[in-house]
Design a protein around this ligand. Structure first.
Ligand code: SAM
Length: 295
């Protein structure tokens, strides 16, 4: 079955009395070269980083365009789809594969550790998806925060604007809290753009496929992760203010004087803005401020 053929997709949707749903961020891929290329990028990195049985988790298989390509390349594919009307449709569309498991759940509500153990045992897993745009950031942060050491890479399609933010450096205007946070967990690479005509229905924005290669073990020496993420969030809470002013209005556990001392103690100019700090810089500042917090 050609799951990128518009006629096939429309007749499958009609057969199961369903249609594309905006509320679930449903823009299905209809350009066959796109799921092919995404799956190739995903397995290429996975094979270079992992040994043993190849395992992939897909979030939101839709009508199966990407799932189909993943099943051709991975030993085991588990897909989580929130829309129950797509479950019987996917069971038909993916019927030829015995390495495909479909789970009807809201990904954001899953206990990820339990889920990975149940479906993949202790194998390392890659994640591959054309993400629903309305929850891109929460999905990525859930994967990074809850699945430490279990996930090798995340190859996903996101809005181009989000990709620019994730791939920014501390010299770019797009650099923000999400950039610094993702940099703590892994290395992000921009792969390729996808135009709106490649989807049914076409979204209003250009999309970009990115890959996050997760660190096997954290390369940063951080004394307290909660302090690190509080400092990152606080630094960007008021972007037009200096780091000192933004942090002192958002962090309740240190005085302005203590924050100023920590900033200068790390060798930064007192007038520096949060968007100039790399993840290394944030780690140093968080370690220094942790001394204040722990007292
Ligand atoms: N993978 C398919 C493709 O590329 O054609 C569909 C991608 S579509 C952009 C996003 C998919 O994610 C939809 O099938 C949607 O129903 C599903 N989805 C949305 N929110 C979800 C959630 N919270 N948990 C799991 N799936 C979700």
């Amino acid at each position: 079955m050609n799951l990128c053929n518009v006629k096939t997709v429309k007749s499958l949707l009609a057969k199961y009395s369903t249609d594309t749903k905006k509320g679930f961020g449903q823009n299905f891929l209809i350009n066959p070269s796109v799921p092919f290329d995404i799956a190739e990028e995903s397995i290429a990195y996975h094979s270079s980083a992992c040994s043993g049985r190849s395992c992939v988790l897909e979030i939101g298989p839709g009508v199966g365009a990407l799932a189909y390509e993943l099943c051709q390349r991975y030993d085991k594919v588990v897909a989580v789809e929130i829309d129950r009307t797509l479950i019987p449709l996917l069971n038909e569309a993916m019927g030829e594969f015995d390495n495909f498991t479909l789970v009807n759940e809201d990904f954001l509500k899953l206990s990820l550790d339990d889920f990975l153990n149940e479906h993949f045992g202790n194998e390392r897993v890659s994640v591959c998806a054309n993400l629903p745009y309305y929850i891109t950031t929460p999905i990525i942060m859930k994967l990074l925060e809850e699945a430490k050491g279990r996930i090798a890479s995340i190859t996903v399609m996101v809005q181009r604007e989000v990709a620019k933010r994730l791939c920014a450096t501390s010299k770019d205007s797009e650099y923000g809290a999400i950039t610094a946070s993702v940099n703590y967990y892994g290395r992000v690479t921009e792969l390729f753009d996808v135009m709106p005509e490649s989807f049914l229905p076409p979204p209003s924005v250009v999309s970009t496929v990115i890959r996050i290669e997760l660190f096997d073990s954290c390369p940063y020496d951080v004394r307290d992760e909660k302090t690190l993420f509080d400092v990152i969030a606080g630094a960007f809470a008021q972007r037009r203010k200096t780091l000192l002013n933004s942090l002192s209005s958002s962090i309740g556990w240190a005085t302005k004087q203590q924050i100023a001392e920590a900033i200068e103690g790390c060798g930064f100019d007192i007038g520096i803005r949060g968007e100039r700090l790399s993840i290394d810089d944030f780690c140093a500042l968080a370690n220094s401020l942790y001394e204040v917090r722990a007292k």
